[in-house]
Design a binder for this molecule. Structure first.
Ligand SMILES: [Mg+2]
Length: 190
């Protein structure tokens, strides 16, 4: 029997948390991370990405690329608290799940097929998380973790994507030379 594996990922998580606290930051280019000489971008809003900014980049470089960005040091205790809220919602709705990082989860929905349909269930779970936390989140649903994770990346920002059983290979084909190899290396432990 094929499995139904859900991958959920909060969109630009630290940025979204900062926007919850201060709504004036909505739609403005935003960088979260170290502001010192060796500071690194921990998260950046979509508005900064068209300037070539990405997370992990030196803050100095990011500020040069996108001078109009608002820069925030970040507050890990707030992110931990928000992550916990999301985890609690998932825990309540899904018996088998795994927290892969502060803003990323896998859940096995295989057993739910006959009752709800996994996709419908995942859609409702995503709506509940958005409604109860105010945080945008995306998901991918497929027969395995790798395909679901790639699907989440394609669904973003703030959307969802289902890859039906049997379509895994054709979905992954465009990624085979790029993203897929990186993903397999990164997730070989699964
Ligand atoms: Mg994320």
């Amino acid at each position: 029997m094929k499995k139904n594996i859900l991958h959920l990922d909060l969109d630009t998580f630290f940025v979204s948390c900062e926007r919850l606290i201060d709504s004036r930051l909505q739609k403005r280019p935003l960088l979260v991370g170290g502001t010192g000489d060796r500071g690194v971008v921990a998260a950046c809003s979509y508005e900064t990405r068209r300037f070539g900014v990405h997370s992990g980049m030196a803050m100095k470089v990011a500020r040069r690329l996108c001078p109009e960005a608002v820069v925030i040091r970040g507050n890990s205790s707030i992110y931990t608290k928000q992550s916990h809220l999301v985890t609690e919602i998932i825990k309540e709705k899904v018996p088998i799940f795994e927290k892969a990082s502060i803003d990323e989860f896998y859940a096995d929905l295989s057993g739910m097929d006959k009752f709800f349909g996994s996709y419908k269930y995942a859609s409702e779970l995503r709506e509940t998380i958005i409604r109860e936390t105010g945080l945008p989140i995306s998901f991918g649903l497929s027969a395995n973790k790798i395909v679901s994770k790639v699907a989440t990346g394609e669904a973003k920002p703030n959307n969802q994507l289902r890859i039906d059983h049997g379509f895994e290979k054709s979905f992954l084909a465009p990624f085979l030379l790029g993203k897929y190899h990186q993903l397999v290396q990164k997730h070989i432990k699964y």
